[in-house]
Design a protein around this ligand. Structure first.
Ligand SMILES: Cc1ncc(C[n+]2csc(CCOP(=O)(O)OP(=O)(O)O)c2C)c(N)n1
Length: 302
């Protein structure tokens, strides 16, 4: 069925983000899917400064700033308070960066998901601690240069694989887990709308390119986001109550094409790129095996 993007705008045009910031588009699209009965909780991160200082503001929904590690706990509390007030129809959304999710906020996220609150947790993944100057996070991919993994003589780029929080959430049994990115707004908003139908915890990881920290020209954010999907390095999927749907790349491109657009990968040699390709292939196999498992599950429950 054709899908039209909701016209509602809950994010005003003025904000203090860098030019080309992927995380601003992520917020705009998320709110289009959520609607105006929404409270957003944001920890220390770029999004803590993007709305601007009072009396200016970017968002037309209530927003609660929280300590860096506390998003999961705060959305649990907001949900409880709204329910007591009889506001069960309000959406409670945690909107946190990858540092605030994969690293310092992981226990709080995991607790909120395990307790089963009816909340959304959106991880906007720009693959480093951007607000404080591009330090590596658990979600920074293998091979990336950051200010804490500077290349120099030692070729000291990030040597560990990306910690994929969406996979941790599936392993934990979260009923709705999805990935999305700003190049495909229809897909992103449809996922928010599907997630809204689930009364329980929902986790969506949105790849949000960052020109400042990935070192590329700001007008390339959407293109890079599209190449992330088409090269397979950031596969799109939706995992709902044990059933996995993977979106296979419609116009596949090589991983080299994606990497070569960003200076954070400029130092990589052929061996490095081959090893990244291997990781990409293995992850796609893992997701497709989940898809097959879901089909078996579906059949046996009929
Ligand atoms: C306990 C604590 N440690 C460190 C900081 C400093 N700090 C503020 S924002 C930030 C980076 C956040 O990174 P991420 O969660 O990836 O979001 P992004 O900045 O990329 O949007 C850090 C380290 C803090 N506010 N609180």
């Amino acid at each position: 069925m054709p899908f039209s993007i909701p016209e509602i705008e809950l994010m005003e045009p003025g904000h203090t983000a860098c030019h080309g910031c992927g995380a601003t588009l992520a917020m705009r699209y998320v709110l289009k899917g959520m609607g105006d009965h929404t409270v957003v909780s944001v920890p220390a991160a770029c999004w803590a400064v993007i709305p601007g200082a009072m009396p200016n503001r970017t968002l037309d929904v209530p927003m609660v700033y929280t300590p860096f590690a506390a998003t999961g706990a705060v959305i649990s509390g907001l949900r409880g308070a709204l329910d007591i007030q009889g506001n069960k129809d309000w959406n409670v959304v945690g909107f946190a960066g990858d540092g605030g999710t994969a690293d310092i906020g992981l226990q709080s996220l995991s607790g909120a998901m395990e307790r089963g609150h009816n909340v959304f947790y959106i991880m906007y993944d720009n693959e480093a601690y951007m607000n404080t100057g591009v330090q590596r996070s658990g979600s920074t991919p293998y091979g990336a240069e950051t200010t804490t993994t500077p290349v120099g003589k030692e070729r000291n780029f990030k040597k560990q694989q990306k910690k994929v929080v969406a996979d941790l959430m599936m392993a934990q049994g979260v009923p709705y887990v999805a990935t999305a990115t700003i190049a495909y707004p229809e897909d992103l908003i449809r996922k928010i709308e599907n997630a809204k139908k689930i009364n329980g915890p929902k986790f969506i990881q949105i790849l949000s390119p960052c020109p400042t920290g990935w070192y590329y020209p700001p007008e390339k954010s959407v293109e890079i986001s599209r190449l992330a999907v088409q090269s397979g390095i950031f596969p799109l999927f939706e995992y709902s109550n044990g059933i996995m749907k993977v979106t296979k790349p419609s116009k596949p491109v090589s991983i080299r094409e994606y990497l070569s657009m960003q200076k954070r990968f400029a130092h990589l040699n052929n061996n490095d790129i081959e090893s990244i390709q291997k990781g990409v292939d293995e992850r796609m196999d893992f997701l497709l095996s989940k898809e097959r498992e879901g089909k078996t599950l579906n059949k046996s429950s009929q």
